[in-house]
Design a binder for this molecule. Structure first.
Ligand SMILES: [Zn+2]
Ligand SMILES: [Zn+2]
Length: 355
């Protein structure tokens, strides 16, 4: 097992860590478990921050291109959709799954649209007091979170898991939306920022806060319940309960029918890299590569159609430039990740543990 105190790998029968002297037993194993779960949730929370940050800034940029004189409900609808699609793709990006990013993106768009459209009517209902009007923002992103939270349960094909994800998405989205708007409001009142860049950073950070809190809550329920797999020490092969196909130990879903495989191989059978710090850097480059790719896929069509109304040729030129620069960013971060991966050689790394 890994020593929970210094993270060095010790033999399974070691009673104490040879490096730092920490006792190694059931209780320290629990600590390792807690630490891995926490960092798993933490990664999603950070990714939620990055996605929310970009989403909120992109909304501003697109609104600026569209012009200020649009109907406020259309504006809320549009803003909600873009923020929602960014928040929805988070776990797909982290797990490097285009399928999941797509499904989450669609659900996020729907939830964001619904929350956005209801924003003004709710504001009218709740305008009687300060406390109630802050509930409006709570409700707007609680609705968005509800849709986004459903994603993983749908992939697991399990109604109870969908419901659990929806519930945690609702709470996380609500609290995140509330905190994000409190943060935004208090920065405006306290510091009254004037610079263009500073204003965008504040908007980005408030969106980031929404994403971080939302994905902290969804991450917890995903780790503890939705993706939970029973660990079986004697597991040699994963046999699908639905179609009988024998799957490799490292798989979570049946390769033949897509049914979730409910057991996990014990950790000792997985290959772990000794370069855990470097692995984190590699993962963050891969994440950035995905994030830029998803950002491009979401925003380029929107910007293209916005310009198409004004000038067809300009729309094509801008779209091509955006596609090229997105592609360059995607390849660049992928390239950095690949370089570092080749540096982390000796052990053959076909197995990646945790996502
Ligand atoms: Zn140790
Ligand atoms: Zn199957």
């Amino acid at each position: 097992m890994y020593c929970p105190s210094c993270e060095r790998l010790m033999e399974d029968d070691a009673k104490y860590c040879g490096h730092c002297g920490m006792f190694l037993n059931k209780r320290s194993e629990l600590l390792v478990h807690l630490a891995t779960n926490f960092s798993w949730v933490w990664r999603r929370s950070w990714a939620g921050f990055a996605s929310g940050f970009i989403g909120w800034i992109i909304v501003f940029v697109i609104m600026r291109i569209v012009g200020e004189n649009i109907n406020p409900i259309v504006k809320d609808l549009f803003g909600g959709m873009i923020c929602g699609v960014f928040l929805g793709t988070v776990s797909g990006i982290i797990e490097e799954s285009a399928y999941k990013a797509f499904l989450g993106g669609i659900l996020g768009t729907l939830g964001g649209a619904l929350g956005g459209v209801l924003n003004l009517p709710l504001k009218d209902i709740f305008q009687s007091s300060d406390f109630l009007s802050s509930l409006t923002i709570f409700a707007t992103w609680a609705i968005g979170g509800t849709f986004i939270g459903a994603t993983s349960g749908i992939i697991e094909r399990n109604k109870k898991k969908i419901f659990a994800g929806v519930l945690f998405g609702l709470i996380g989205g609500g609290i995140g939306g509330f905190l994000g708007s409190v943060f935004y409001g208090s920065i405006l009142i306290q510091f009254n920022p004037q610079g263009w860049l500073i204003k965008r950073l504040v908007e980005g950070a408030s969106g980031g806060l929404v994403g971080a809190v939302l994905w902290f809550f969804i991450g917890i329920i995903e780790k503890l319940y939705i993706f939970h797999r029973r660990e079986d020490p004697k597991l040699e092969k994963k046999v699908c309960a639905s179609c009988g196909k024998q799957n490799q130990l490292k798989f979570w879903y049946c390769v033949s029918c897509g049914h979730p495989l409910p057991t996990a191989a014990p950790r000792q059978k997985m290959v772990l890299t000794p370069y855990r710090g470097m692995e984190r850097v590699v993962n963050s480059f891969v994440f950035l590569s995905w994030l830029f790719g998803v950002t491009g896929v979401i925003t380029i069509p929107v910007i293209f159609f916005v310009f198409l109304i004004q000038d067809v040729i300009l729309a094509f030129i801008i779209a091509i430039l955006l596609i090229l620069s997105t592609y360059l960013l995607v390849v660049f971060f992928r390239f950095l990740a690949d370089i570092l991966t080749t540096l982390m050689r000796p052990p053959s790394l076909e197995t990646k543990t945790g996502n």
